[in-house]
Design a protein. Structure first.
Length: 427
């Protein structure tokens, strides 16, 4: 298998975990390159559902190296729970590796995130998961973060906390009216975190990487969230705090761009979004609710109902451009099995001027005036969940996929017709 990046091509929740899990069978190394426990990746294997927040989706296969990369942020308590849950299921975790350069989410990050989101009103709300992800990345960029490797250098950690904690406590007390932490609190927690992570911290990662390239091992890069939530390329400020785009696979994993050979985007046959922000094709009617119920569109991490809408080819084409997608995987095609007709957004229209946008307008302030331009396709009115060959799909389902390819400008290489591994069509 070529070295492949799997990236969400919408606003997250596209089914990346299933695609990663399928591709991981033929990969040697799987690397989660960004995000934190705000992500929720669901894999269904032989009817058994596994939900991952930090651990790469390839962990269900034996003899794979599964890295949590330097671009991620780790909440040790959440990771520990995930590890314990997998142990109970008899999953082999000997291949799990954690980069010593990954950042640690501290309790004050969660405090700040929760308060900031809870106190925000109206358009100021971002819709975060309140897991401390944004504040962790903020401290990383401001050079006040704690990395995994810091946990094992007590003297160095003590000096770092002497610098960081007075600043954080001032912020907690004066800005957010929250309780401060003592140095003893933080040092004790860091000792606990060190014990949790110790079996998995990979200090010889450079040697492993060099050997992987030398021996031409297959590498699979797994992203979290989606292109439209990217901190630079998404619907700012309604975005995540990292780079889900394919370029983030290099900065977050430690492998250079020359290691990437293929980029597979993942899109639902429709589109969803959790949290605030523009959503041109959103359906606030019985059709939107029908999609939500059939597609089980509720957040893996938060349980929040997802906003639902028709497929947006403008968004898809934007994702192909900014992430260099070489093909697309389309998931949940089966959700439309009972639909008489299906709509696809091919462009936007400005309600003020009548201007037609064929490319994604990145200024979110104009999106309140954006109206989707639709074309309508006939449904197939039959169950496709047991179909494993593309030519066996109903004619209208095939036509739908062909039209998406035309609009996006890339081939649909994978079609998912259900949550299980075997409900997949490879083209």
């Amino acid at each position: 298998m070529k070295n492949t990046v799997v990236v969400g091509a919408q606003w997250g929740d596209e089914g990346k975990a299933k695609i990663t899990d399928l591709l991981a069978e033929n990969a040697d190394i799987i690397i989660r390159y960004q995000g934190g426990c705000n992500a929720g990746h669901t894999v269904v294997n032989n009817g058994k559902t596994f939900k991952f927040h930090l651990i790469p989706s390839g962990i269900l296969y034996k003899d794979k190296l599964c890295f949590i990369g330097a671009g991620t942020v780790i909440c040790p308590e959440v990771l520990n729970q995930e590890i314990e849950d997998l142990k109970k299921e008899g999953i082999d975790l000997s291949g799990l590796k954690i980069s010593p350069l990954a950042s640690i989410t501290m309790p004050y990050h969660i405090d700040i995130d929760g308060y900031s989101e809870a106190s925000a009103k109206g358009s100021a709300k971002i819709g975060t998961t309140k897991r401390g992800i944004g504040p962790t990345y903020t401290d990383k960029i401001s050079r006040h973060g704690i990395k995994v490797q810091d946990l094992y250098d007590t003297d160095g950690l003590s000096k770092k906390i002497d610098i960081i904690l007075p600043l954080k406590n001032k912020e907690l007390e004066l800005v957010y009216n929250l309780k401060p932490y003592t140095k003893e609190n933080i040092m004790s927690l860091c000792s606990k975190y060190a014990n949790i992570l110790k079996p998995y911290v990979c200090n010889d990662w450079q040697e492993i990487y060099h050997n992987a390239l030398k021996e031409k091992k297959s590498i699979l890069f797994e992203g979290a969230q989606g292109i439209m939530l990217d901190i630079d390329w998404g619907t700012y400020p309604y975005v995540t705090s990292s780079n889900p785009v394919a370029g983030g696979a290099c900065t977050g994993s430690g492998f250079g761009p020359n290691a990437v050979q293929e980029v597979i985007g993942v899109s639902k046959a429709y589109i969803t979004r959790v949290g605030e922000g523009p959503f041109a094709t959103e359906l606030n009617d019985e059709i939107g609710e029908k999609i939500r119920q059939i597609g089980h569109e509720f957040g893996t991490t938060t349980g929040r109902p997802r906003r639902t809408g028709w497929f947006d080819a403008v968004v898809a084409k934007y994702g192909v451009l900014v992430s260099g997608l070489t093909s697309m995987a389309v998931t949940k095609l089966d959700v439309f099995d009972s639909f008489d007709e299906i709509k696809v957004c091919t462009a936007y229209k400005d309600s003020r001027t009548g201007e037609i946008y064929k490319y994604y307008p990145t200024n979110v302030n104009i999106h309140e005036f954006i109206q989707p331009v639709y074309e309508t396709h006939a449904g197939w009115k039959t169950d496709i969940t047991n179909i494993t060959k593309f030519e066996d799909l109903p004619e209208n389902a095939q036509k739908y996929i062909f039209r998406l390819e035309e609009l996006m400008g890339v081939k649909v290489s994978i079609v998912s017709t259900g949550p299980d591994r075997n409900q997949t069509i490879f083209r």
